[in-house]
Write a protein that binds this ligand. Sequence first.
Ligand SMILES: Nc1ncnc2c1ncn2[C@@H]1O[C@H](COP(=O)(O)OP(=O)(O)OP(=O)(O)O)[C@@H](O)[C@H]1O
Ligand SMILES: [Mg+2]
Length: 236
Amino acid sequence: MTLLELVDVTASYGPIQVIDGVSLSVPEGGAVGILGANGAGKTTTLRAISGTVRAGGTIRFAGRDIRGLRPDQVAALGIAHVPEGRGTLGQLSVRENLMVGAYLRKGRQAIAADVDYCLDLFPQLRDRIGSRAAALSGGEQQMLAVGRAFMARPRLLLLDEASLGLAPGTAKTVYEAIRRLRLESGIAMVVVEQNANLAFSLVDTATVLETGRTALTGTTAELKGMDEIRRAYLGG
Ligand SMILES: Nc1ncnc2c1ncn2[C@@H]1O[C@H](COP(=O)(O)OP(=O)(O)OP(=O)(O)O)[C@@H](O)[C@H]1O
Ligand SMILES: [Mg+2]
């Protein structure tokens, strides 16, 4: 069953339209990548889904038209957005950030169990549980941002460049944990990523955006086999 479907989505900042015909489809439990050059509209596409930019076209989630809903309404339906730049709350501790992710939930035991699960997924956070988020390394902040999104127990996770600014080894660790989260939780994902190798380690299919439009969609294997994808995104 299709969980999320975008058909000819457009979006603008004030008078300037920056995406102009983005279509993609995420099955229940599936993971779809969005690739594209800087400025292609990847972040804006995620914002259109989470309701943080005004969008046109069709955005359907779990059979319901969600275009035009407020960000809090979209979140309440089960979509968690890990934004570019992570968006952790610097003055709050790691534990408090995780609890913020769970603010709509009831059931203290289940929430406590999920905090434990986050610390198992990202063991580096265990020692820092009482530290302010602002004092964490970039990699730890990214782990916290993913953990906080998981704490909402979403049906769909929107991930924006989880590898940005991280050393290659750290980026790989973060992606391995997200992959494990996907396998164990079945949460569907839309994964924006400049590093196509990392994206392909996580997703089943991907869409390539060019200047605000869907230019190409294929399975990971199909895309890896295309010369233009290899040249543009896989370094050869
Ligand atoms: N708040 C904003 N106001 C006006 N224009 C914006 C705003 N945010 C982004 N843009 C423009 O919209 C276009 C798409 O930006 P977007 O951030 O979606 O691209 P992106 O694919 O995520 O790029 P990157 O890989 O650099 O993160 C760009 O031309 C950008 O300059
Ligand atoms: Mg971006």
